[in-house]
Design a protein around this ligand. Sequence first.
Ligand code: C5P
Length: 343
Amino acid sequence: MRITTTKDNRKWISLAALVLQNTSLVLLLRYSRTMKAERYISSTAIVTAEFIKGLICIVLVWLENDRSINRLFRVIHEEIYAKPYDTSKLAIPSGLYAIQNNLLFFALSYLNAATYQVSYQLKILTTALCSVLMLKKSIEKHQWFSLCMLAIGVAFVTWPSPEEVQKRTTIQSQATWLQQSTGFGAVLLASMTSGFAGVYFEKILKTGPTSVWIRNIQLACFGTLFGLVIVFCFDYKAVMDKGFFQGYSTVVWIVVLLQAIGGLIIATVIKYADNIIKGFATSLSILFSSVISYFILHDFTPSLFFYMGTVFVLTATFLYGWEKNKVTSSVNEQARIQNILIK
Ligand code: C5P
């Protein structure tokens, strides 16, 4: 039996995959925090994930081209090497993502968790704004309302526990006012790059025949390059002392692999759905991971904030998908039928 996947199917499959991938990633990160292990260098993990993402895409392009090495080289030559201008466009989102990933690590060192979580939800709104400005997407009033509700809901769901606040306050009290303000500025900047880079990548993916895997190879090439520059600038000494892969336990490797696969899933979600819907999928996965933590890992106690946030996130998700026209047209249809009956 031949299974045909329509564009709509691909959209739902990629969204489900994103929820699954992000839920497992959040859970794994939560679990890894409880283990005592040698510290790994986060900048090297970003490079490794980008590199693995590129390799997986090369395998996918090879599969798409009847598993022929000759055709693989020809496609890569024609689509990447022979089109330097087209390829160079990907340097923009890739560079922004590299800066964003490092800005977030920086911000986490100086900000308390609550400020971090709440301010980073601004990316939901910057993504919507960029979609309107750059893709001319029309967002209705009730959808703007639901996006604000989603941002507030995720902020509530991720609101830290009193112990976490205590831990972070100790870190925060060591940071100067200037460092805290810089940390806050870094999160705001990351919210902007997140919206802009995501929508810019969406525009590239949706305006041209080039396959999503080729676009990801281009993104991964620049990502690896920019990532290595960041390793060189900030962690050169540590890498020289103890090696590039220091502290890479099995859990770290799984996290890196999940990040790489996550990049691919995000690209397909952006292609078949869009960046705004991606925001809903990742928000739902944050919620799911907390529920799993409560029932299976028993390392999470829901607070009043969590319950309020859950209601906000779920309501926002239904509200965004609610089609006003459908309701209006069904009301019109009922009126039309009533008119016929009266006559
Ligand atoms: O927070 P935000 O949704 O902007 O994060 C997107 C993440 O997905 C970034 O860390 C970026 O590096 C990654 N990404 C990727 N491959 C893509 C698109 C995004 O690895 N094609």
